[in-house]
Design a protein around this ligand. Structure first.
Ligand SMILES: Cc1ncc(COP(=O)(O)O)c(C=O)c1O
Length: 446
């Protein structure tokens, strides 16, 4: 290829200048960055984000706030599904990473690792019951793949039962366990997967038999609309799995690590899964990491097959350092009390909004700061996403239940910032009301 690649030497010079100037953020006007993204990354996504009014490019970021490249400030109530549980650039994690960069790198995934051992030991102390071992991966989807491989390998059975409207990632086994809508375009996928309605014990009983390797559910399904299961559901899932000799996998990629006001969402139901899947927040928002944590007896399969899943970037030493710093933060005395109290503050705000906009607001569902703000119909979710963006809040509707706005602020949000979000929601509902009255089209239908 000619020097400078397709853009030629002049283009290469511009890139060098941008880097030399040290302007990682805001080196170009926002509109130019959007054009560049559309030209070289994804015109399709830019089209959708433009329609939804969320085509701002995140620039400076700190705590619960993100500023776009034009300088407009937003409160992040998406948190990338929990990646930013500690807010953006949490000082404790960023400092741990900076120090680690002086002595460590990713490490060699085939060799042993001091950092992986430290993190796994800490997770064994913190996870429920006799969950003992951790296998580290680079993404939540890969972690779900490993969980399903482990279940099939351990039991020697093929069947995997999961939830309709579930989401476990876009990789092979995880995609197969997700809702059929994620699979179109890619079939045939892996055989042996079967879906049941989430929360329906009788359907689960009918689906699970002696060929079932595992049942996998999100503890609180997020993409489905933050659905809180009935109180007796998970104890019944445990019992159905035990009766059939199948493993129980809980995917807490979004719901774990303090999001619900408990360290693990499953703590609310007092149920210990055989395999607990973690991701997103594990990264502390700065270094990708996910984990499959499992009970001691299940390790029998990996003991016989210690090299059965390899991943160059899974459990990188730098990522383990960040995860340990993140765990120290969420285990501080009072941290989970704070999550619960901020959730209650949101709930009081939601109640006032329902009173003010009875025609638009249907209710909410919530555990800690894992919250769905439910609108009256599915048209209103995309409109609300647009209207919140206009009013300085990033929040999105749920793919499978567009009327359910996912409100997932960083867990470190402060009382005045909760009030800021509620005020912005008030203004956004006013805007949605006028959009509906004017017969405005729905900006986007998922
Ligand atoms: C519940 C759940 N599981 C798994 C995943 C996949 O994680 P990743 O995007 O890191 O592959 C996600 C991502 O949103 C998720 O919400």
């Amino acid at each position: 290829m000619a020097q400078g690649g397709k853009g030629g030497p002049a283009h290469a010079g511009t890139l060098r200048q941008e880097r030399a100037g040290g302007r990682l953020v805001g080196g170009k006007p926002q509109a130019a960055v959007v054009e560049e993204f559309a030209s070289f990354v994804s015109p399709g996504r830019v089209g959708v984000y433009r329609a939804l009014g969320v085509d701002a490019v995140p620039g400076r970021r700190e705590g619960v706030y993100v500023w776009d490249l034009d300088g407009k400030r937003y409160i992040n109530c998406r948190s990338s599904g929990g990646v930013f549980n500690l807010g953006h650039r949490a000082p404790a994690v960023v400092n741990a990473l900076k120090q680690a960069l002086d002595v460590l790198d990713i490490g060699d995934h085939m060799l042993l690792s001091e950092q992986r051992a430290r993190l796994a030991r800490r997770l064994a102390e913190l996870t429920p019951g006799d969950i003992t071992y951790s296998f580290f991966t680079a993404s939540g989807g890969e972690a779900c793949d490993v969980a399903i491989k482990l279940a099939r390998g351990y039991t020697g059975r093929p069947g995997i039962v999961s939830a309709e409207n579930g989401y476990h990632g876009h990789t092979g086994f995880a995609l197969s366990a997700g809702d059929p809508r994620f699979k179109r375009h890619f079939e045939p996928l892996m055989p042996g997967f079967h879906q049941v309605p989430f929360g329906d014990v009788e359907a689960l009983r009918r689906a699970v038999d002696e060929t079932t390797a595992a049942v996998i559910f999100e503890t609180i399904p997020a993409t489905a609309g933050i659905i809180i299961p009935p109180a007796d559901f998970f104890p019944a899932v445990r019992q159905v799995c035990d009766a059939a000799g199948a493993l129980m996998i809980l995917d807490e990629v979004q719901a774990g690590l303090g999001r619900t006001g408990r360290l693990w969402a499953t703590d609310e139901w007092g149920v210990v899964p055989d395999i607990l899947v973690l991701g997103k927040g594990m990264s502390g928002g700065v270094y990708p990491l996910s984990a499959v944590c499992y009970r001691a007896h299940v390790d029998e399969f990996f003991r016989r097959n210690p090299f059965v899943h390899l991943t160059s970037f899974g459990g990188a030493d730098l990522g383990c350092v960040c995860a340990l710093a993140m765990l120290d933060e969420i285990c501080r005395p009072g941290f989970l009390d704070h999550v619960r109290s901020m959730g209650e503050r949101f709930e009081r705000g939601f109640a006032a909004l329902r009173k003010a906009y009875p025609g638009l607001v249907a209710g909410w569902r919530r555990r800690g700061l894992m919250m769905a703000f439910e609108l009256a119909d599915d048209r209103l979710g995309p409109m609300m996403t647009y209207a919140l963006g206009e009013n300085g809040v990033i929040a999105v509707f749920s793919d499978f239940r567009p009327r359910a706005m996912q409100i997932m602020p960083p867990l470190v949000i402060q009382p005045a910032q909760v009030d800021e979000v509620i005020d912005a929601m008030d203004r956004a509902l006013g805007l949605v009301e006028s959009m509906v009255a004017a017969g405005a089209p729905v900006p986007y239908t998922p």
